[in-house]
Write a protein that binds this ligand. Structure first.
Ligand SMILES: Cc1cc2nc3c(=O)[nH]c(=O)nc-3n(C[C@H](O)[C@H](O)[C@H](O)COP(=O)(O)OP(=O)(O)OC[C@H]3O[C@@H](n4cnc5c(N)ncnc54)[C@H](O)[C@@H]3O)c2cc1C
Length: 363
């Protein structure tokens, strides 16, 4: 495999993992990402949950994604001597009798055998939580410390002098006869991983991104005393073990701002008050907000620009970046470095009609 020069734009989970793997593969990498710009990865809960949504369905491609995610986070843990990947029981509460019935059906479905644990009958869960329709345990859940991952990889790249903490200015990118030039840098390939910043990217903004705002809180609730698990009761509650809890997340496709809102905090606190059985004093310690890079068909945006074959995109991780990113990086690098075909479900060629009908080509 020949050594090529790569610029990666965006230093969130996507860009950082990609830069790390490319560098490991012996490629020459420069990562350009502004830590001043808003970022989904730093506000995310980092939860890996195999059974999600109102219909309690198994995450798309879960059986492939999770082994790769665990291996990747464990490898990072070893290389940098940090703790990133925390397997944790996840308890999902049924909200009504329809949920309870649906869960019964899932339990009998062999496809769910590896991710569903025993049902927990009404009254057998922690007494602090409202429990009128029972709950069940979800196996293979985990919590990934994404802020620590970003901090560690960015520090590593700074140390290797391959990270530029700055905003990428699209109009400064120039194409020459055999490479791309950007403010004194030359590159054979440019890969864009700007999360929702993609909407300002003149080469890829024709892709249908539909950002979904999310807000989470860190609350102090010292007398709640829940055993270590993630509790999913319409919203999720993750105990940090010191009397504080992460509470999340709102989901709002109608607000494209990155700022925290009083309405978001109130929605989360009301939800917590409705599922915490006794009145507990809760103090908000932190309030986070961000935009998930969600896509129209809920599948990632991976692949090559339709006409500029050395411009690439690695984006669209939606609300499941922690689960998706490691395996998608593996597939994208096999494509970029070894010419392997991408899974059509993630390949942006599925949207080429949109490119053709858009007013495109910034040059
Ligand atoms: C409230 C909330 C809760 C979430 N909870 C979970 C969860 O529990 N589990 C889970 O798996 N996922 C969760 N997610 C989703 C997860 O955050 C995303 O899937 C993932 O972080 C996306 O990573 P990314 O690198 O693609 O985007 P980002 O993290 O947004 O990174 C993109 C980076 O590119 C930079 N950038 C953009 N434009 C430019 C430019 N022109 N020049 C330089 N830099 C630029 C941005 O500043 C940013 O740093 C949550 C998201 C939110 C908002």
């Amino acid at each position: 495999m020949s050594t090529q020069r790569h610029i990666i734009v965006g230093a969130g989970l996507a860009g950082c993992l990609l830069a790390w793997r490319l560098e490991q593969a012996g490629q020459r990498v420069i990562l350009i990402g502004s830590t001043e710009l808003p970022n989904a990865s730093e506000v995310a809960g980092g939860i890996i949950n195999p059974v999600t949504g109102r219909w309690m369905t198994k995450t798309w491609n879960f059986d492939t994604l999770i082994p790769c995610a665990e291996l990747t986070y464990r490898e990072l843990e070893q290389q940098f001597d940090i703790a990133l990947y925390h397997p944790i029981p996840l308890i999902r509460y049924c909200q009504n009798s329809t949920d309870t019935k649906r869960m019964g059906r899932r339990m009998r479905n062999p496809r769910y055998a590896d991710v569903l644990g025993e049902p927990i009958a009404v009254g057998n869960g922690p007494t602090a939580l409202e429990d009128s329709h029972g709950s069940f345990q979800i196996k293979q859940a985990a919590h990934v410390d994404l802020p620590l991952l970003l901090q560690t990889l960015r520090a590593y790249f700074i140390n290797k002098a391959i990270f530029r903490d700055e905003r990428f200015v699209y109009s400064d990118l120039r194409k020459t006869s055999n490479h791309w030039e950007y403010n004194g840098l030359q590159a054979d390939h440019i890969t864009f991983s700007e999360g929702t910043g993609m909407q300002l990217n003149p080469w890829f903004n024709w892709l249908p991104m539909t950002p979904a705002k999310g807000e989470t809180l860190v609350i102090d609730c010292p007398d709640l005393n829940l055993p270590r698990a993630i509790y999913h009761h319409r919203k999720w509650l993750l105990p940090y073990g010191d009397g504080t809890y992460r509470l999340g997340a709102t989901f709002d496709s109608g607000d494209s701002s990155h700022e925290q809102t009083a309405a978001g905090a109130s929605e989360l606190l009301k939800a917590a008050q409705s599922f915490i059985a006794a009145a507990h004093r809760m103090t908000v310690k932190q309030h986070y907000a961000g935009l998930r890079p969600t896509t129209q068909d809920l599948r990632p945006f991976i692949g090559d620009h339709p006409t500029e074959r050395r411009l690439h995109i690695f984006n669209g991780l939606g609300s499941k970046g922690a689960s998706l990113a490691p395996e998608l990086v593996r597939q994208f690098l096999a494509h970029l470095l070894a010419g392997e075909a991408l899974d059509p479900e993630i390949d942006i060629t599925r949207y080429h009609d949109m490119f053709n009908s858009s007013i495109h080509a910034p040059h």
